[in-house]
Design a protein around this ligand. Structure first.
Ligand SMILES: CCCCCCCCCCCCCCCC(=O)SCCNC(=O)CCNC(=O)[C@H](O)C(C)(C)COP(=O)(O)OP(=O)(O)OC[C@H]1O[C@@H](n2cnc3c(N)ncnc32)[C@H](O)[C@@H]1OP(=O)(O)O
Ligand SMILES: O=C(CO)COP(=O)(O)O
Length: 584
């Protein structure tokens, strides 16, 4: 796979490398949480950058040249602009304080130990991050699946004496009574969700972010996907923040910037049911402190393990070499607000997509995700009425494990436990979605609809739909592993051709169709196609030459599985956009 070579080959055939991942809760279960929260915290910041108080940071933004240009542009007086900017900064600014970090460290120790069996962190990545924060401004870029993501990252950094980040947070979190303020004092800065054409707001936010990057007193963390993915599939990156964090490098204000992709994988996502109901149209509960208190019932459940994989720190200077001509930024005053050039936009978009791809490659695929792929290929009536035979599910899951390993996936499959135990405990963990009864596995049907309104005919559908959507979301956790070969398998079936160029053009058509569905790095279709050919060859499904891709007899099982995996996506697109392609 494209950049998975960045990870050391563990020699354990892709099964979880227990040496690489360390459970940070282990120590927490052995020693005092209070002692942990109050221990010495003395991280080495970027080139010894002095800490920067909230007031200093806001003052720097307020006095920036950038904002006086805004006064000219909007035709308002400097005083009026200043007043408006002060208001925006008051709403936006973080107020990171060590005392609050300690309080959160104590509270989260209790919470994490209740929720998770383990929080596993790759030490190699963390060591590289520790080094990187001293060398240049660091941008932490995790994938976003749960509210647990940002809590866990700050917690890990605090545990390992790395500067805790300031984090771009959606403004609704600021409105939570007390909690909003605690988050602000734990490093959150709040940004409006849809900024639209509010030029002054863009200018203040951008100056705020750039000032943090230039001063480098804390890593900046932001969620390039913009929100928690409801489908557990990566979302297309948003480009606003990405532009802002990169600009100090483009304009030569810093020598380099380091991007750190972080891949967070959950055995079981806390919000699984809420997210599935949102997909069904139930509105998202408003962020509120009472809502948070009500949600404490999640503390009674087990969510298995979470893996946090810190990717190799990437130098923007190296990544952008040959991609952007930075001289263009010397032609106008640095502080003058400018529309980014087409070249800069393309470069930022490419980098954002690359980061999301690297996040995907760093994910650990759970046994449950593989089981979900298999369960969803059974007819719904089998899942709801007859039940799928346990031994069939076991066999199919083990077959898929081999295929996933052939495709270079990193699996979270404990090597030291018998396979049958892994599968049993996985089903037990996901008893909200499937249940095992008399040697068969059934989809759980909810007893009560989530909505507290009168029973309607839709409720029957929702009872089955929510667990099915959860299953689909868990399947999606591994879609990035299979999607390229699955598109080639579909191209082989639809075109009925062996000619490489015909298959390639259908493959590109599919990439176009699914450009909002899966992450494809712009301009990399030939490499994606090549990767698909290589992977199908590796698992013995095809052979290929310069001109042809030939299906092998032994390949039919793999090809049918992959075609069936992509089919629900094709079906839904066909319902929305009925077209002339005969897919069958
Ligand atoms: C020890 C233990 C401690 C524990 C301690 C705990 C810590 C606890 C902390 C809590 C922390 C919570 C953390 C929550 C996590 C989230 O809340 S995630 C959600 C918030 N974060 C993000 O969304 C980040 C990513 N989002 C973005 O980058 C978005 O672009 C922005 C900046 C939010 C803007 O969004 P938007 O308005 O929807 O805009 P977007 O679609 O990106 O762009 C609109 C247009 O404006 C254009 N544009 C871009 N830049 C500009 C510009 N400067 N000027 C004008 N136009 C521009 C774009 O190019 C785009 O144009 P088109 O391409 O549409 O033509
Ligand atoms: O991402 C967010 C905070 O984590 C807020 O956005 P969503 O609640 O829409 O995911």
């Amino acid at each position: 796979m494209t950049s998975s070579s960045q990870y050391k080959d563990s020699g354990r055939a892709g099964l979880e490398d227990v040496d690489e991942f360390v459970d940070i809760l282990e120590e927490r279960r052995r020693s005092s949480d209070l002692g942990y929260a109050f221990r010495t915290f003395n991280p080495q910041p970027y080139k010894g950058a002095p800490s920067c108080s909230t007031a200093d940071l806001n003052k720097a933004v307020l006095e920036s040249q950038y904002l006086s240009y805004m006064a000219k542009e909007t035709g308002s007086s400097v005083e009026e602009v200043r007043e408006e900017v002060c208001g925006i900064l008051e709403e936006m600014s973080q107020n990171l304080q060590l005392g609050f970090i300690r309080m959160m460290a104590y509270t989260l120790s209790k919470v994490f130990k209740r929720l998770f069996t383990s929080i596993l962190v790759n030490m190699e990545g963390l060591n590289m991050l520790q080094q990187a924060v001293q060398e240049s401004p660091v941008i932490l870029m995790p994938n976003h699946r749960s509210y647990m993501d940002f809590l866990a990252i700050s917690y890990i950094l605090f545990t390992y004496d790395i500067p805790v980040p300031v984090i771009a947070a959606g403004i609704p979190l600021a409105g939570m009574k007390m909690v909003g303020e605690i988050l602000r004092r734990s490093g959150a800065f709040f940004i409006r969700r849809a900024i639209g054409s509010d030029k002054l707001y863009w200018a203040v936010l951008s100056e705020y972010v750039k000032t943090i990057v230039r001063r480098g007193f804390a890593p900046v963390e932001f969620y390039v996907e913009g929100l928690r993915s409801r489908t557990l599939k990566s979302l297309l990156p948003k480009l606003g923040m990405m532009h802002m964090v990169l600009e100090p490098f483009f304009k030569g204000e810093v020598y380099d910037i380091t991007l750190v992709p972080i891949s967070i994988s959950y055995d079981r996502v806390l919000e699984e049911s809420l997210l599935a109901h949102e997909l069904l149209g139930v509105p998202k509960p408003k962020e509120s402190t009472t809502g948070l208190l009500k949600a404490t019932k999640v503390l009674q459940e087990n969510y298995g393990s979470m893996h946090v994989n810190f990717g190799r720190p990437l130098s923007v200077r190296q990544l952008c070499h040959g991609k952007i001509n930075r001289c263009q930024f010397n032609l106008v005053p640095r502080d003058l607000p400018q529309q980014p050039s087409a070249e800069a936009q393309a470069c930022v978009s490419w980098l954002a997509h690359l980061m999301v791809r690297i996040q995907e490659e760093g994910l650990l695929i759970s046994p449950w995700s593989l089981m979900a792929c298999m369960l969803l290929q059974a007819p719904t009536t089998v899942l709801t009425e007859e039940g799928l035979l346990w031994h069939q599910l076991t066999e199919k899951t083990l077959w898929l494990r081999k295929l996933a390993l052939d495709f270079g996936a990193r699996l979270n499959w404990p090597g030291q436990v018998p396979d049958s135990d892994v599968i049993s405990s996985t089903v037990a963990l996901h008893c909200s979605v499937v249940q095992r009864k008399a040697g068969r596995v059934y989809l759980v049907q909810e007893n009560e609809p989530l909505r507290k309104c009168p029973i309607s005919p839709e409720d029957g559908v929702i009872r089955m739909a929510a667990p099915l959507l959860m299953l689909a979301s868990y399947r999606n956790q591994s879609m990035h592993v299979f999607v390229r070969p699955a598109m080639l398998a579909t191209a082989i079936r639809v075109t009925e051709s062996t000619q490489r160029d015909e298959l390639f053009s259908f493959f590109c058509f599919l990439q176009d169709v699914f450009s909002n569905e899966f992450i494809f790095i712009p301009g990399k279709s030939p490499q994606d196609f090549e990767e698909a050919c290589v992977l199908l060859k590796k698992c013995g499904a095809v052979n290929f030459s310069q001109q042809e891709v030939m299906v092998l007899d032994a390949g039919s099982e793999v090809l049918s599985f992959l075609q069936a995996l992509l089919q629900p996506f094709i079906d839904s697109y066909q319902i929305v956009i009925p077209g002339s392609v005969d897919w069958h």
